[in-house]
Design a protein. Structure first.
Length: 319
């Protein structure tokens, strides 16, 4: 038998791709897919057979996923975020790594810096955009990695301080909010200024912000904690000023991971290791295709067709 018939058996690559797209991109359950195929397409497929087809599709993305995983440490900038993942009573975490060329998801049983080491290695030379979570700080400290902490998260914390009943702490938070607002007023006028004038103005605003943050700090625990943070990691909050191409926020990763959060609410997570592999692979394909402006279904179909025919897999790094 021809290879594509032997691997595909009763279901060809296009119908397999449709089922994979419905399961991965549309959050459909096997029962929903089964009803659609029965009532609309006129084909009856059991839930067990649908599960097997999804595993075939997962295998079709294996090399594509591995290629992106190997490429990820060479990215100059990465936005990273993580969210919880359900699998019965076990607790996992879905990590999102969003770079210029691709977006990759990794489901791990840890929320610690070990995942960053496993994915990016100990010699990552790029800049990571992230929140102030301890795993990123440990990775930065242990391997001298450059970090851009998310300004959007910081602004939310400053608003919290400004809303406290303690007047000294509230005034401290409001002054920092005003200083941050002044800084971003200049940031958004970059096109109106020369490069040198813009750099000087941003540096003045950065120093003004840190001066407020580190001097005359109220005695409250919240204010002291924030001041200590800027003493240790103040530079990492303003790396976007001196490093071209760095976003001041972690919004890119948060936008990419939103799809995963929606999927978790609808599907209630995975049931096995095979389910985790399928999820991280299909999410990676969908997110990378979206960021590159590719048609996700076409890529899924090409991948499955190549897998069934024992042809080279299509790449998400090429044109």
């Amino acid at each position: 038998m021809p290879a594509h018939i032997e691997k595909g058996q009763l279901i060809g690559p296009r119908l397999t791709a449709i089922i994979a797209y419905m399961k991965g991109a549309c959050h459909c359950s096997f029962s929903t897919i089964r009803k659609f195929l029965r009532d609309v397409v006129g084909i009856t497929i059991s839930r067990g057979q649908l599960s097997k087809l999804i595993q075939k599709a997962s295998a079709a993305f294996e090399q594509t996923y591995k290629e992106l995983l190997d490429y990820l440490p060479s990215e100059a900038t990465l936005n990273v975020d993580e969210t919880g993942h359900k699998e019965y009573k076990k607790r996992f975490w879905t990590w999102c790594f969003r770079g210029d060329a691709c977006t990759l998801f990794k489901i791990a049983d840890s929320r610690g810096s070990k995942v960053l080491i496993d994915v990016l290695g100990e010699d990552f030379a790029g800049v990571i955009g992230c929140d102030y979570f301890s795993a990123y700080r440990k990775y930065m400290k242990d391997y001298d990695v450059l970090i851009q902490f998310c300004i959007a998260h910081l602004i939310r914390e400053l608003k919290y301080l400004a809303g406290l009943t303690d007047k000294a702490t509230a005034n401290y938070g409001q002054k920092l909010l005003d200083a941050m607002r002044d800084l971003f007023c200049i940031f958004h006028k970059a096109e109106e200024l020369t490069e040198s004038d813009f750099a000087k103005a941003m540096e003045v605003s950065r120093k003004a912000f840190l001066c407020i943050a580190l001097n005359d700090v109220p005695e409250s625990r919240q204010a002291q904690n924030l001041a200590n943070r800027f003493r240790k990691h103040g530079e990492a909050y303003f790396r976007f000023i001196t490093t071209p191409g760095i976003e001041p926020t972690n919004n890119l990763a948060e936008q990419a991971i939103r799809f995963v959060v929606i999927d978790r609410y609808i599907t209630q997570g995975t049931r096995s290791e095979n389910g985790r592999l399928w999820s991280e692979r299909i999410w990676t394909v969908l997110a990378t295709c979206a960021s590159q402006g590719r048609n996700a279904f076409d890529f899924i179909y090409q991948s499955i067709q190549s897998h069934f025919s024992d042809q080279p897999f299509p790449s998400l790094l090429g044109p």
